[in-house]
Ligand binder design. Structure first.
Ligand code: ADP
Ligand code: MG
Length: 744
């Protein structure tokens, strides 16, 4: 409640909406919060340090960035309203090295060179043949160079390269018809321009429509906004690691003097990576301390509701489900807060465990919420839970981006009055105006997506909220600490009885035709199959093209029973496609990886994955977990592009060998290092933009210890270093944690 109130002062301007929403929900807890002595002090923690404001301005405030480019940056950074700081953290992927300055005689083909030449003659494209190139002949004292332009404007080139003058041109040279030529030089400058020409230029990951020049120009503007910031790292540590200051590191990376300056191993990149890891660890530590400080409230229950749910189940709980339920009930009955991770493979039956936990707090007269990472999954929770809830007399509702207007308002009204016992939903649950009457338990179904410290913010929607995180990626204890902080763990190691092992096979893509025919035969027999299309890029948009093409081809072949589902579809269309598949109206479902997360159609028995070698092991395991959920025998076909590298071969072999997620995780860790276990990009760490697992992972321990030390020495972050650390937390997007800092 306190934080919600403080948000009214938030510089981002959420205040007005909040107050309006608030006036609709009068709550006694609000009054209590207002008179709490820490209320005023608390607001300090919420203000972003004003010195950072230029970095949090919209990208459109930078030169050359309008709404069109803003949209491209938004998809590149995967964030709705990209800010200057997001651009600054977009680090170079390489450089163009223009330092080579040979005489023409010594220029090597296919090399980027910078040469001083004298302009001899222009030969424009012949009239009516504008497709023919415009050529400009030049020389130095050792040889000749032709500059070639397509679709060029004559007046422009005549000004740029006046006959008789000397110019510096930079670009890649090649031989054409025995002549040295340069097509569209990257740079043409005179003597004065040459003096300021950066000879080493960074290149950046781009997206279609966004040019390198756009990024460089915007980056110059962004660097110009960098304020002088105090050092937030421990000075001794900074000296030992030879870390440059934060601003220095950013400038060094975006304006390299040598190609090696942008290596992730160098001190500049490492410094930023350490900042990022440290911010993550400090945020976790703050959340954890906040949770410890607030005493829990025991939710005692006799198990009346639980008994009704269990009676309504068509099966008995497995041993490990029973054990997990017992652990959770014990936690809930205690006056301390629960912070528990429930790890269990896909299909191990986590939902019913979560529901049982919810039933316990509901029986104590309080509320629970289950948050899913996607809309499909939230709706599926609803479908699974609804009949059980009805049998037990629980009042449930769902809140996602699709509930709007009057329907949404009705849910919110009932929620704050306590007329809803269990609210399911997506990240929509975070919205300001979602207020509970008395939230006691937050279940966060992470599947294998991470970023839990942000999700823990859900606990601010109630008093002493107990937290249960569900994850389908079994991860080693050290990683649990890194990404979840210090949590208790329950594991579901056994599968529900009656599941048959999945027959997993690897097949080269050259046999695609055969695979299509085989799939055609089995769906003709009435079986159901998923067909997962290749990951083309880490963008649903581009993956879509591949899925669309495969869909059209297979539909041509097999007709109406082929359907398509992807992440860019409207929520209702997605659900409709899933529903058609669930009832058997369609029997072959072409999909991008949206089906990865939790979808449950027990009748589906075949899974085809195209370009399996492009997926992470955890992801393949998740995808395969979509089948083998019913009594029928299941088959998984992993189509790969030959030849496979050693590691790829080993990874696919592991999948053939075992379905045990814990074992797969261990093998994966052995093969690839930490990042991939978490099902993220090969080298990325989940939720991190700068730190790379294989290079900076070794700093995690230090970051964790350092964060723990801060919490002991300066838990309110009020020393000068503490103030600086707040800035760091803001820069790395850990504002939620800043809000949890105890008033000083
Ligand atoms: P996940 O852990 O992937 O979330 P779910 O909770 O979706 O798994 O459960 C997968 C399937 O297993 C569901 O259809 C569920 O009804 C079923 N199930 C769960 N527990 C048992 C059990 N003890 N015996 C038989 N089936 C079970
Ligand atoms: Mg699940």
């Amino acid at each position: 409640m306190l934080t919600r109130v403080s948000n009214a002062k938030n510089p981002d301007g959420a205040g007005a909406a909040y107050i309006e929403a608030w006036s609709r929900h009068v709550s006694r807890r609000f009054a209590q919060a207002c008179i709490a002595p820490e209320f005023h002090a608390r607001q300090h923690g919420v203000m972003r340090p004003p010195v950072l404001n230029p970095l949090f301005a919209s990208l459109t405030s930078l030169p050359g960035v309008g709404p069109r480019l803003e949209r491209l940056y938004a998809s590149l950074f995967d964030r709705e309203a990209p800010r200057v700081v997001d651009l600054l953290f977009h680090l170079p992927s390489g450089v163009i090295d223009r330092r080579s300055r040979p005489k023409l005689r010594d220029a090597l083909p296919d090399q980027v060179v910078t040469v001083a030449v004298t302009v001899d003659k222009h030969r424009p494209s012949p009239p009516h043949r504008s497709r023919a190139p415009y050529r400009i002949y030049t020389h130095d004292d050792t040889g000749d160079l032709t500059l070639t332009y397509f679709n060029a404007r004559r007046d422009y080139l005549e000004t740029l390269l006046p006959v008789g003058e000397t110019r510096y041109v930079s670009g890649k040279v090649e031989f054409y018809d025995g002549m040295l030529q340069m097509v569209h030089p990257d740079r043409v400058v005179d003597e004065a321009g040459f003096a300021t020409l950066p000879l080493v230029e960074p290149t950046y990951p781009l997206t279609e429509g966004l040019a390198l020049g756009n990024v460089r120009r915007a980056m110059d503007g962004a660097l110009g906004r960098l304020p002088d910031l105090p050092e937030w790292q421990d000075e001794t540590w900074v000296a030992r690691e030879q870390f440059p200051a934060f601003g220095h590191a950013l400038r060094g990376l975006h304006r390299p003097a040598a190609p090696s300056d942008i290596a992730p191993e160098n001190p500049a990149w490492t410094r930023l990576a350490y900042d990022e890891l440290f911010a993550g660890q400090l945020a976790l530590a703050l959340v954890r301390a906040h949770m410890r400080r607030q005493p829990g409230r025991g939710s005692a229950s006799e198990g009346r509701l639980r008994a009704r749910i269990l009676k309504a189940l068509p099966y008995a709980l497995t041993h490990s489900q029973q054990k997990a339920v017992d652990d959770i009930l014990t936690d809930l009955a205690r006056p301390q807060r629960m912070l528990r991770l429930l790890q269990g493979d896909v299909g191990s039956g986590k939902t019913v465990v979560a529901l049982t936990a919810a039933a316990a707090v509901i029986e104590a007269g309080r509320q629970a919420t289950i948050m899913a990472p996607t809309e499909i999954l939230a709706r599926q929770h609803l479908a699974t839970i609804a009949p059980l809830a009805e049998a037990a007399g629980l009042r449930i509702a769902i809140l996602t981006g699709r509930e709007r207007g009057a329907a949404r308002k009705e849910i919110l009204d009932r929620l704050v009055l306590g007329d809803i016992d269990l609210l399911l939903g997506t990240h929509s649950l975070f919205q300001e105006d979602v207020a509970f009457h008395d939230l006691a338990l937050a279940v966060v179904d992470e599947q294998h997506r991470f970023g839990v410290h942000q999700r823990l913010a859900l606990t601010q929607k109630g008093e002493a909220v107990d937290v249960l995180v569900l994850t389908a990626t079994p991860i080693p204890r050290t990683l649990v600490l890194t990404f979840f902080g210090d949590m208790d763990i329950s594991e579901l190691r056994e599968k529900p009885p009656g599941r048959q092992p999945i027959d997993t096979r690897t097949i080269p893509l050259s046999r695609l035709q055969e695979v299509e025919d085989a799939v055609g035969r089995v769906i003709a027999e009435g079986k159901r199959a998923y067909w997962v299309c290749p990951l083309v890029e880490e963008s649903e948009k581009i993956d879509l093209a591949a899925a669309q093409a495969r869909f059209e081809a297979l539909r041509e072949k097999f007709g109406d029973q082929v359907d398509l589902v992807h992440g860019r579809m409207k929520g209702s269309d997605k659900d409709a496609a899933m529903a058609r598949f669930a009832v058997g109206e369609s029997r072959l479902l072409i999909a991008t990886t949206v089906i990865e997360v939790g979808v449950d159609v027990p009748e589906a028995t075949i899974m085809v994955i195209e370009h399996a070698e492009r997926f992470g092991l955890a992801q393949l395991h998740q995808l395969r977990g979509r089948i083998g959920r019913g009594p029928g025998a299941s088959t998984c076909l992993l189509l790969y592009k030959a030849p496979l590298g050693e590691t790829a071969k080993a990874r696919l072999a592991i999948l053939r060998e075992t379905e045990d997620g814990f074992r797969i995780a261990e093998e994966d860790l052995r093969l690839r290092g930490e990042g991939d276990v978490l099902g993220t990009r090969q080298s990325g760490l989940p939720g991190f933009r700068i730190a790379r697992a294989e290079i900076h992972g070794k700093y995690l321990g230090a970051a964790r210890d350092d964060a723990a030390l801060i919490l002991v020495r300066d838990p309110t972050l009020s020393t000068p270093r503490g103030e600086a650390l707040r800035q760091m937390l803001y820069l790395f997007g850990k504002d939620e944690a800043v809000k949890l800092i105890r008033a000083g």
